[in-house]
Ligand binder design. Structure first.
Ligand SMILES: [Zn+2]
Length: 55
């Protein structure tokens, strides 16, 4: 797999989201640009998706 794929890209604004140092499945990372929350669904391979939050 391309190492570039091991990045978290915001599904909303396509900015790269900094990965936490120790990331586990279920972690939520937040886009610094637009505030979109992304849930980590798998580490290896890296799978993630936008967290749909009920308001
Ligand atoms: Zn974003």
């Amino acid at each position: 797999m391309n190492p570039q794929d091991n990045k978290i890209i915001c599904p909303d604004c396509k900015s790269e989201i900094a990965k936490p140092e120790s990331m586990v499945v279920g972690d939520i990372v937040e886009c610094q640009e637009c505030g979109t929350e992304v849930e980590i669904q798998s580490i290896e391979p890296l799978v993630y998706g936008e967290l749909i939050e009920e308001k």
